[in-house]
Design a protein around this ligand. Sequence first.
Ligand SMILES: NC(=O)c1ccc[n+]([C@@H]2O[C@H](COP(=O)([O-])OP(=O)(O)OC[C@H]3O[C@@H](n4cnc5c(N)ncnc54)[C@H](OP(=O)(O)O)[C@@H]3O)[C@@H](O)[C@H]2O)c1
Length: 338
Amino acid sequence: MACSVICSPESLRTQDFRHGPQKRWADNTHGLVRQAMQTRLLGRTQQQVTQLGYGSMGLRGPATWGVRVVDEAAADRMLNSVLDAGISFIDTAPDYGISEERIGRYLRHRRDEFLLATKCGCDPLQHDDHLEVRHTWTKDRIRRNLEESLRRLRTDVIDLLQFHGGDAETLQHEGLIDLLLEFRERGHIRWLGISSSLPQLPALLQLDVFDTVQLPWSCLDPRHEPLMNQAAEQGMGVIVRGGIAQGGPDAEIQRPLLNQVWEQAGLDELLSPGMSRAELLLRCTLSQSSCHTTIVGTCNPEHLQENLRSAERGPLPADLLQEVERRINQVLNRDDAS
Ligand SMILES: NC(=O)c1ccc[n+]([C@@H]2O[C@H](COP(=O)([O-])OP(=O)(O)OC[C@H]3O[C@@H](n4cnc5c(N)ncnc54)[C@H](OP(=O)(O)O)[C@@H]3O)[C@@H](O)[C@H]2O)c1
């Protein structure tokens, strides 16, 4: 297929440098210190990525959904802070308003510093005051997604292209998996993945054609744990979303069901001095051997710093992790509750 906009990385590096890496370093006024980030192998992609990744859904801009809108200057600062801190995996989607555009606009000159994942099957419809998220499983739609994502992201290759949902039968029947393999042969993408959840996920894993899987997991909602482990055993790269449980009990946008699990499990009792609730949640996710990267979303620079500190501390001590899991299993009546 012909992509209307193909940019060579070299030409991008010499164009319109708003912040060269050196300058950005010297101008770093957000208190972020670049640190050695824990990395993991992203399954059969054979790429080392930071276990703390970044999910850019919150950078979707106005007239999408939700009440919080991040302006251009803040989006620029956030994205560059993510890279300044050493995070090397960023997830986006055509469904996330102007998130792709912003990544292209503010990070194109740093394209070789991170692995870029976006999605396809997306057919969003922009209304005056909101964005309607829709998915269409046809070759035409997937081709348009690729072409538009390359243009918006201002790159000549998408590292990871993930089906944004879909079921195994449709993706096969419509020839969409073969289409992604064709994109790979032509050098438009490097790997193909699936972003999914129950009930579609088991059949998708059975196909065993994807390099990566993106799925939801947090200790407060561990339903996908067997599938997460299965995917890792199959050699897929595992990308966890929701890995900080949408911010947990202290989140600006509250999730009552998750809060209920936290409270019933009495997790406040397990916080050590100085440990925030968000830290406990994130480090639980980082403790999962099958979680290769978790794409935590934040638009708050203080939360980014907090998450970086948590990631630096790494997995929870084994006895604390065991106690967190024991309590949550009891609340959720999981079979393996001890
Ligand atoms: N079907 C799909 O493919 C799909 C669906 C959903 C999401 N995703 C991807 O996964 C990413 C993450 O998903 P998610 O946003 O649902 O889950 P998440 O990362 O667990 O939660 C993000 C929320 O947590 C809050 N937060 C982050 N750090 C915090 C901290 N230290 N303290 C308190 N609150 C904190 C953020 O608010 P603040 O901005 O206030 O920090 C944000 O509202 C998305 O950006 C997107 O890339 C994919």
